[in-house]
Design a protein around this ligand. Structure first.
Ligand code: PLP
Length: 416
């Protein structure tokens, strides 16, 4: 592409373009960070008002029943299900990814221990988002040597890492730093051949790429609602467990929301049959209610249409950076191959942090990840082709004029 007008023409022909109006977008901002925190759906402010003033303010405690608060975790799970290839009553929206990983890893270890006590190893990727590794480490430490964490550095090491002692492989489908996407079907099959369970983290997949959890036969999954699904800062995550495993998995955070009769006030815990047993305690209803606003936009289209535009946007971003910023030391670390790419593009630059701060000062918001990585999330529901053009022109300007060298851009904030 050689001119901005060509980008404008692509937007005019884009079948998803009308959906952009359903988001409350900040003026004079090109937002390429929906992989970290999605933008607010336009309906969210109104929905928050209704939940606070009418459901909470007027309905008060009655709203657990009358406003459907108690059923919300399951109802939202069913709305989310088609986006990830899940069946009805296989998902609950609840808690954080961190907490849900603890539940699922524990459930998977227990399930395997009962079948074969030799299976005591969790296989994980060293390059995964560290949070998931921290949760696994915390879990392993609780059991004083009964379990073990084994790292791989590359998917090619997975066959050797999956030994007769392996209980579960915990993999994030799309890597947070590089945007590399695993072949979920092939790896799940391999994990099963070696007798282990496949736990998938869909933080950078849900709402970003088409998923077929039941089709690939995965064993359990967690995912995020505040990234591509636009649920709002800290909105609850989700847990998927297929029907075939639900009653065979028990999780340790056995709170009353997962009890088969929570209001019987029985002192003995008995898990609910089905996906409800993956709930623990009372949920943040105000935040959870807003998740629905984002899902309602997704349900007006489908994941194949979103994927088609996502690949077109990421292809264009790569093409323009390589053509127009070729004088600068940028190195693409995202796979060019479509099948291996999520919905983000990452470039390494020796002064990545400073360059990103200079871009943000110019209204082009991406983010930075150690070491040296400029990360740009391309979200098809509200990102235009012309935004890609303008973002790359701003990047070129920041690099050509070296505005990133200003001292202010070297100051590190708490969140990068
Ligand atoms: C974003 C992300 C998380 C976030 O976990 P929280 O519990 O919501 O803080 C976890 N894992 C991965 C892979 C992520 O990308």
């Amino acid at each position: 592409m050689n001119t901005r007008d060509e980008a404008v023409a692509l937007d005019e022909a884009d079948p998803l373009a009308p959906l952009r109006a359903q988001f409350a977008l900040a003026p004079d901002t090109i937002y390429l960070n929906g992989n970290s925190l999605g933008v607010p759906p336009a309906a969210a402010a109104q929905r928050a008002q209704v939940v606070i003033a009418a459901e909470w303010g007027e309905g008060l405690v009655r709203s657990w029943n009358t406003a459907g608060w108690f059923a919300l975790a399951k109802r939202l799970g069913n709305k989310l299900a088609p986006l990830v290839g899940a069946a009805h009553n296989e998902i609950v929206v609840t808690d954080s990814i961190s907490v849900n990983l603890f539940k699922l890893l524990s459930a998977a270890l227990r399930f395997q221990r009962q079948r074969d006590p030799k299976r005591r190893v969790i296989v994980a990727e060293r390059g995964d988002f560290p949070n998931d590794l921290y949760i696994a480490q915390g879990l392993v430490a609780q059991f004083d040597g009964a379990y073990e964490l084994r790292f791989i550095d590359d998917p090619s090491e997975l066959p050797a890492a999956l030994q007769p002692d392996t209980a579960v492989a915990m993999l994030t489908q799309v890597n947070y730093r590089s945007g590399y996407m695993h072949d979920m079907a092939a790896l799940t099959q391999l994990i099963h051949q070696k007798g282990a369970l496949a736990l998938w983290d869909l933080a950078h997949s849900a709402g970003a790429v088409p998923l077929d959890l039941n089709g690939v036969g995965a064993d359990c999954a967690v995912g995020c609602t505040y990234k591509y699904l636009n649920g709002g800062p800290g909105s609850p995550a989700f847990v998927w467990v297929p029907h075939r495993h639900q009653n065979a998995f028990t999780q340790p955070l056995s709170g009353w929301w997962g009890h088969r009769a929570p209001f019987a006030m029985n002192p003995v815990f008995e898990p609910e049959d089905g996906i409800g047993r993956f709930l623990s305690g009372t949920q943040p209803i105000v935040s959870m209610a807003l998740v629905e606003c984002g899902l309602d936009v997704f349900l007006q289209t489908d994941m194949p249409s979103i994927r088609k535009k996502s690949l077109a946007l990421t292809d264009l971003f790569i093409e323009l950076v390589e053509a127009r910023c070729d004088a600068f030391p940028l190195r693409l670390i995202t796979p060019r191959e479509h099948a291996r790419r999520g919905s983000q593009v990452s470039f390494a630059h020796p002064n990545g942090y400073e360059v990103m701060q200079a871009l943000i000062a110019r209204g082009v918001i991406g983010d930075y990840r150690e070491p040296h990585v400029l990360r740009f999330g391309l979200t098809p529901l509200y990102t235009r082709y012309v935004d890609v053009w303008d973002a790359v022109e701003t990047l070129r300007d920041v690099l050509a004029n070296e505005t990133w060298r200003a001292a202010e851009f070297a100051q590190r904030a708490a969140v990068t």
